[in-house]
Design a protein around this ligand. Structure first.
Ligand SMILES: Cc1ncc(COP(=O)(O)O)c(C=O)c1O
Length: 414
């Protein structure tokens, strides 16, 4: 099959809920991806923050080989070693005390909402204490609970009515947060560094205020670090930057390095809310996924990767800032570590396509923000090659704008 044939076959056989780029992936190695025609691409997206160790990492490939010979699925009625081993590692690096494993980010968020409402109910914290605050511009997933906490009308409107009891607070607006934080609130969910919303960081003042209000109102602070967590910003978790700890933490994306795996971490106080039968999943926490997660965290620790993520992130960000100085249509450069965004003053999908043609994989979020989520093993040389290519593309765009050729207008998120 070639690209044209696969596009035709997919349009015939699949629902049309993804707007795909013209890339027919065969394989990958380190930070490189190869298509079926043999063309090579530098991957600066990592499967939307999943392939944190790039492609075909030797230690990870070895775990795959070993574990599939033993068992891939063990249901949650029985024991295998890797849930506890991975949980211990995640709890060690997060400062939390109990873990629950599922299969995806949105499932971790659903578990968090159930846990928060159940906690208020079982501890009799007050009649009607079931409201969940969430931020405008937030993205927490696409199942009904997670969607109810996701702001964008584009995602919500066609599927209403959604789950009741969610209210939106203005991003980084402490007064709005205080106004909305009544005694009916059982939890607030926050992405400390927003991803899909366009790479926006919460301010320290806002996060501190959220922590304080949660303590005052006996509500739970949920941090969703599905995109920004487990090393991506050069810390295990972005919240470490502020010395604030959540009551519930949701994780997914890179955790299983491509095998679906989500996690909810919480405290000893909150965890007993879930008793036998209160929550569960058939596939969540299987031995292959958890063993991969365990190996991933071990590699982060043993290879002291956080420091190199910070260093390469600074290098990348400075290069992007250099382009901002050069091109007036670059409005902003945001983010930390290897989670970076570049705000343009026009829809950015055309730039993504041009990068692809030039052999670089990036994407766009929030219509106008180029997003960079490369594997943690990206090299400075690869970053530098990309910046040169982007510079060339931008200079063409600048020229076209001068001549009055508008850029291709299409724009979607993932
Ligand atoms: C912050 C955040 N939360 C939740 C999700 C949903 O995760 P999943 O797509 O694994 O369901 C995402 C996915 O992009 C995310 O970035």
């Amino acid at each position: 099959m070639n690209l044209k044939q696969i596009v035709e076959a997919e349009s015939k056989f699949l629902t049309a809920n993804y707007k795909k780029y013209p890339l027919f992936v065969e394989k990958g190695r380190k930070c490189l991806v190869y298509d079926y025609a043999g063309k090579r691409y530098v991957d600066l997206l990592a499967g939307i923050a999943v392939n944190a160790l790039g492609h075909n990492h030797p230690r990870i490939a070895n775990i795959f080989r070993k574990q599939i010979k033993k068992s891939v699925h063990v249901c949650n009625l029985f024991y295998h070693p890797y849930q506890a081993l991975l949980a211990e590692k995640l709890l060690e690096i997060s400062g939390l005390q109990k873990a629950f494993f599922c299969n995806s980010g949105t499932e971790a968020v659903e578990a968090a909402f159930k846990l928060a409402r159940g906690y208020a109910y079982k501890n009799q914290l007050g009649e009607g204490k079931h409201e969940i605050l969430t931020l405008d511009n937030a993205f927490h997933g696409r199942t009904y609970g997670a969607l109810s906490a996701t702001a964008s009308d584009k995602y919500r409107k066609p599927y209403e009515p959604l789950v009741p009891g969610f209210r939106f607070v203005r991003f980084n607006d402490v007064e709005d947060l205080q106004r909305n934080f009544t005694d009916r609130v059982c939890a607030i969910i926050i992405e400390p560094l927003q991803g899909e919303g366009g790479i926006h960081a919460c301010s320290e003042a806002f996060l501190q205020a959220a922590r304080k209000l949660c303590d005052q109102q006996r509500a739970l602070l949920i941090f969703d670090e599905i995109q920004c967590g487990i090393g991506r910003t050069g810390r295990y978790f972005y919240y470490e930057k502020f010395g604030i700890r959540p009551d519930i933490l949701t994780l997914a994306k890179p955790l299983g390095l491509g095998i679906p795996l989500g996690a909810l971490l919480t405290t000893d106080t909150v965890a007993p809310t879930f008793g036998p039968g209160d929550h569960g999943t058939t596939f969540g926490g299987g031995p292959l996924a958890c063993r991969l997660g365990f190996e991933f965290v071990k590699i982060l620790q043993e290879e002291e990767m956080l420091e190199t993520i910070r260093e390469k992130g600074d290098y990348f960000k400075n290069k992007l800032l250099g382009l901002k100085d050069k091109y007036a249509f670059v409005a902003d450069v945001r983010g930390e570590g290897l989670m970076l965004g570049m705000q343009l003053d026009f829809p950015a999908r055309d730039i993504v396509n041009r990068c692809l043609e030039a052999g670089f994989i990036i994407n766009v979020t929030s219509d106008t923000v180029l997003r960079f989520l490369p594997p943690y093993i990206i090299t400075k040389k690869e970053i530098s090659r990309f910046i040169k290519a982007l510079d060339k593309i931008f200079s063409q765009v600048a020229q076209e704008r001068k001549e009055g050729t508008p850029p291709a207008p299409e724009a979607v998120s993932h």
